[in-house]
Design a binder for this molecule. Sequence first.
Ligand code: SF4
Length: 322
Amino acid sequence: MAQELLEVKNLKKYFPIKGGILGKEIGQVKAVDDVSFTVRKGETLGLVGESGCGKSTTGRSILRLIEPTAGQVLFDGKDVTAMSKEELRRMRRDMQIVFQDPFASLNPRHTVEKILEEPLIVHGMGNAQERKKRVAHLLEVVGLSAYHAKRYPHQFSGGQRQRIGIARALAVNPKLIVADEPVSALDVSIQSQVLNLLQDLQKEFDLTYIFIAHDLSVVKHICDRVGVMYLGRVVELAEKNQLYASPKHPYTQALLSAVPLPDPEAKIERIILQGDVPSPANAPKGCAFHTRCSAVMDICKTERPPFRDGGQGHFVSCHLYN
Ligand code: SF4
């Protein structure tokens, strides 16, 4: 089995809710609430869930783009959560991010050359001439051309802008890329081109990905393992084929029942979830899914189910399997 590159242990990110005239803390939004998983070298781990489930906050907390409230992130054995600013700056060379909205994440006043050169300057990589060469190379690697370097982000299509975002992440030769919904803002016709590019780059540069998406159908082709998140927690995590063939958690079962099947004749019973996702500021006690679960039992309302490996690395957090 491949070695682990990243270990996330009991990660939490709580945002304070302030109120009253004095702006005192009156509550907390538990955006990430005790999340643990590992990522193996060279694999793609998908993190999937509805909007507000904490998947993007998890990705950003791992990189410390936002400070975690508690927990540990071990990257290549080094504790990211305990790093000084300078150590973190150096570590960022190994851990990069691709954002969802390529337009918002690229400075509109900078040329593509300047955008791609910036991380090289920050990390002291090469002289001006070497950096210019590297920018031209990066553009070719992501399917653009060296002459695009002089253009500005608004002169590109959405798919091309995401290619620039990917080139920027690749510039410093990272080991891990957190791809935060990298295709959600793109036309369906462009999505598969960007997914294919990510897969090709992974092979070529020996990359490890955390791929964040709100849709199980998007991650199906690109991921090796998939973790499903609900209200700040990972409720199920397994090898892709196992998760899609025999999902255990009632929430995963409901999400999968909504994924269209390639065979139009095939029938799958759609599971309609009752009610809305509760607010993470007021998450239900016990199992956070109990307000919408058709299999709910008394214990679910009071005791949080442990996140356990039920065999072959198929983790699930549900009292049905205890
Ligand atoms: Fe449903 Fe209970 Fe399992 Fe939660 S723990 S998913 S409420 S059966």
